[in-house]
Design a protein. Structure first.
Lengths: 321, 239
């Protein structure tokens, strides 16, 4: 327990000190992206990993949050930072609608509805040009020139998200979510209103994802439908972050976020310029291989199978000495 | 006023009447046995009581109020707990977590829920297994966990669905003791059981059904000597 606390304190200090030591904008940018993915991955994990309701459409909530922040600036002329609140709330309401329709049913309906929902919102954002500027996208002016404020805000958001989920999982809600995942019939007979609590899980998940989207708008200062409502860059990536890091663990998506952003960037930059350029096209394949590897050898993800990883690494060490 | 009243209960699946016009009532404080051969509609009756599926006709009263059409989780909140014949442990949770999750039915904080859960585990003799994963328990433990979980919701009426099936003789005696202990704590019990040793020794009254219809009702002796019951269990004379 104390060892665990010590690890967390060291991790906190490292993350707080990182941008003061590593002054490169590039690396700070990568870590900010990873923080955003920590939020999306953890939110997805609350719903899919803990409550057992797999979403293929978290881009829906992310995009709604981002567009809310953007539209607040372009149409109402107020700060995009308000989007952090309103984007989260709007995403939550959309989540509630999807859940209200789907959660009374069991089976794959919810997964399919989220898959369709993400695409529907992408098409709306593309075609409702008077509101969203369509494919042109929304461009705003960044609040800060330095990356530092964004870094600490993203860190705060990621920390808040992981911590809130940690608290939820130690409460009545958390027990109810896992009960629903394990056996819905048993859960009902134990007095759990499964429809209600699936919706609660979805709303919390959508809220944080919407906030992440609004932060993305503020930070990147540019969005278009193909980026923020993207099926493979957002919805599928959210699932990969969860699977690689560890579904149904608190720290899993956080670890998964850093791994996935790392892998993505390594390929995008063609191994930081060391490999031939064409390899940068291969990141999707690398993701595929990574997921196959994770499912074959680390079915519970990096965090879920941490003891297994330690054992193997330890064995290699002892055999080499 | 009876605690539970089943009136002219009918449940059909398509053309099959799984439960056909069954009427009985359970008095407060008794152990009421529901028996019948395989497929006679016992578990279907349970599923009707906690509204796992809607009933076709008839009515069910709990403490004088109709609970027909009430959602499953609300039936539990009213005070009817149940166990499943085919056990449904929350597999990837520990025994303590399983029971804590159901204790949240009556309390809201984790501290209280855990305290209640520990008491129930003590009562059901599962304390030494509290940190084990539910899926690692053998069948006797799983059946016990079913009961513990139902008890943690603080029911007034407990529906036990074949909690003795699959147990060895030693475990059987423990199960009988447990059921009696639950009744002595003031919880009314409606029990489905195949094993005659169990049902005959613990029930105050017994209701026998076959093909969804009542064939006998009364004290254990009366029911055991009823020709219709003997025929249902042992088969009629060959013609």
């Amino acid at each position: 327990m104390t060892k665990k606390n010590l690890t967390l304190i060291i991790l906190g200090v490292v993350l707080l000190a990182f941008p003061l030591i590593v002054r490169s904008d590039y690396y700070q940018h990568l870590v900010i992206l990873a923080f955003i993915w920590v939020v999306i991955g953890s939110s997805w994990n609350l719903l899919a990993g803990y409550t057992g309701q797999v979403s293929f459409g978290h881009a829906m909530f992310f995009g709604v949050g981002a567009y809310t922040a953007g539209i607040l600036v372009t149409k109402l002329g107020i700060s995009a930072w308000w989007g952090m609140a309103f984007g989260g709330i709007l995403a939550m309401l959309i989540g509630l609608f999807v859940g209200w329709v789907c959660f009374r049913l069991r089976g794959p309906y919810f997964a399919l509805a989220t898959l369709a929902g993400g695409e529907i919102f992408r098409l709306i954002a593309t075609n409702w040009e008077s509101l969203t500027e369509g494919m042109v996208g929304i461009l705003i002016i960044q609040t800060f020139r330095s990356k530092l404020p964004y870094y600490y805000l993203a860190l705060l958001l990621a920390f808040a998200c992981v911590y809130v989920i940690h608290l939820i999982m130690k409460s009545k809600w958390g027990y109810y979510f896992v009960s629903i995942r394990e056996d819905q019939d048993a859960a009902e007979s134990l007095g759990i209103n499964t429809t209600l609590y699936k919706n609660v899980s979805l709303m919390v998940s959508a809220f944080f994802t919407g906030m992440a989207g609004a932060f993305y708008m503020n930070y990147m200062a540019f969005i278009d439908p193909e980026v923020v409502f993207s099926l493979h860059y957002i919805s599928i990536m959210a699932i990969l972050v969860g699977i690689v890091g560890g579904v149904g663990t608190i720290m899993g998506p956080a670890v998964g976020a850093f791994v996935m952003v790392g892998v993505q960037e390594t390929f995008r930059s063609a191994f930081f310029g060391l490999a031939p350029k064409w390899i940068s096209q291969g990141h999707a394949m690398a993701f595929g291989l990574l997921v196959i590897f994770a499912i074959m050898f680390l079915a519970n993800g990096i965090v879920g199978d941490w003891s297994k990883i330690k054992r193997h690494v330890f064995r290699i060490k002892t055999s080499s000495t | 006023m009876a605690l539970l009243e089943i009136k002219n209960l009918v449940k059909s699946f398509g053309g099959l009447k799984a439960v056909n016009d069954v009427t009985f009532h359970v008095e407060e404080g008794e152990i009421f046995g529901l028996i019948g051969p395989n497929g006679s509609g016992k578990t279907t009756t349970f599923n009707c009581i906690n509204n796992y599926f809607p009933i076709t006709s008839g009515d069910i009263f709990f403490k004088g109020k109709s609970i027909k059409g009430l959602k499953t989780y609300k039936v539990c909140h009213l005070g009817i707990g149940r166990t499943f014949q085919i056990v449904k442990p929350l597999a990837r949770m520990t025994v303590l977590e399983n029971v804590t999750a159901s204790a949240f039915c009556r309390v809201n904080t984790i501290g209280q829920a855990q305290k209640e859960a520990l008491e129930v585990l003590e009562f059901t003799n599962l304390t030494d297994k509290k940190d084990k994963q539910a899926k690692s328990l053998p069948i006797a433990g799983r059946k016990r966990l079913e009961i513990a979980r139902a008890l943690a919701t603080k029911p007034e009426l407990l529906l036990l669905d074949e909690t003795a099936a699959g147990l060895n003789p030693g475990e059987l005696d423990e199960a009988i003791e447990l059921v009696k202990k639950i009744r002595d704590n003031g919880i009314t019990i409606l029990i489905i059981e195949h094993i005659m040793k169990v049902i005959m020794t613990i029930s105050d009254r017994i209701h026998a059904i076959n093909f969804g219809q009542t064939i006998a009702a009364g004290t254990p002796e009366e029911v055991a000597n009823n020709p219709a019951v003997i025929e249902a269990y042992l088969g009629g004379e060959l013609c």
